[in-house]
Design a protein around this ligand. Structure first.
Ligand code: NDP
Length: 278
């Protein structure tokens, strides 16, 4: 029987992770099966335990379960511990290793695929949920001049900034408090785009050469990228590259082989152009 992996989430039907891992497995000659599992909102722990009992070897975790996955893991990688959120689980008997590959995935997409250096840049991180937690530490390690976290619930932004002890470049605020500031790199880590909603961002945030990055991806331009384009952002990018890069990190953890990401990203872009699907 093939080794079993899965992504757990709610919703999860839109996930491209099964297609990505199937492509990685084919390219790396790995015998594995990967499925998407829709989890009831109060049933995450039970679903994961049933999967492990059925022979599951590893899992990805998507919204809204990343913080619960962090509590379920018996051991955390340092980056998952710093984030307080887990998007990758590796089951080894009773030991469940929790990792967070979102930050590494975003950094690889920004610096290698999009040529955005981050060092010395003014960075705005929108959102303070599981995705923002995962990427904050790696973003700060990349050496921005300053990094501001803004969130609808302002207290969560402050709580997230406080998780980074000694990181002087980071501060937190509400959306209205962004007025009068401008940024070189603006990252939407909220789930507003998932619901088709726009963020109430003040004018003037997008510097002339800025890159607007939405972690959300789909066939259509997201509300955040539409807004960024209309407010003068020079470059727009969705989160498909991050998705493929974070998946490659997880695949390497599980299988010990690093798959090439460019062909898989090209395949997904071509597929979404042809079908118009997410
Ligand atoms: P969470 O549910 O953990 O966090 C949601 C965040 O979005 C919170 O900060 C919340 O603010 C904010 N938010 C939700 N709705 C609105 C709204 N209408 N207006 C303003 N803010 C809003 O989700 P995740 O952090 O796990 O995921 C966030 C997004 O990132 C999702 O779209 C997800 O698909 C994407 N993602 C993409 C990845 C990729 O590889 N491309 C990887 C990981 C995530 P508040 O605190 O006020 O509720």
């Amino acid at each position: 029987m093939s080794d079993r992996y899965a992504v757990f989430g709610n919703p999860v039907s839109h996930s491209k992770s099964p297609a990505i891992h199937a492509a990685f497995a084919a390219a790396c000659n790995q015998d594995l099966a990967y499925e998407a599992i829709l989890v009831p909102l109060h049933g995450f722990a039970g679903s994961v335990r049933a999967f492990v009992a059925g022979g599951g070897c590893g899992a990805n975790v998507t919204l809204p379960f990343k913080q619960e996955a962090c509590r379920l893991a018996t051991r955390l990688t340092p980056r998952a511990g710093l984030a307080g959120a887990v998007n990758t689980l590796f089951f080894d008997g009773p030991a469940w290793l929790g990792d967070n590959t979102d930050g590494a995935g975003l950094l690889r997409d920004l610096t290698q695929n999009l040529g955005c250096p981050i060092v010395g840049m003014r960075v705005l991180l929108l959102g303070a949920g599981g995705a923002a937690r995962g990427v904050l530490g790696p973003l700060l390690e990349a050496g921005p001049r300053r990094l501001v976290i803004a969130n609808r619930t302002e207290a969560s932004a402050h709580e997230l900034a406080a998780r980074m002890p000694g990181a002087g470049a980071v501060s937190a605020c509400s959306y209205p408090q962004l007025a009068g500031q401008s940024f070189d790199l603006l990252i939407n880590a909220t789930s507003a785009s998932l619901a088709g909603a726009s963020l109430p961002l003040p004018d003037g945030l997008f510097a002339r050469d800025s890159l607007a990055y939405d972690m959300m991806y789909g066939a259509d331009e997201t509300p955040f990228l539409r807004l960024a384009g209309s407010r003068g952002a020079a470059r727009l990018a969705d989160g498909l590259g991050m998705l493929v890069e974070q998946a490659a990190e997880a695949f390497q953890l599980w299988r010990g082989v690093r798959p090439a990401t460019a062909p898989v990203l090209a395949m997904l872009r071509a597929g979404s152009r042809q079908t118009g699907s997410q």
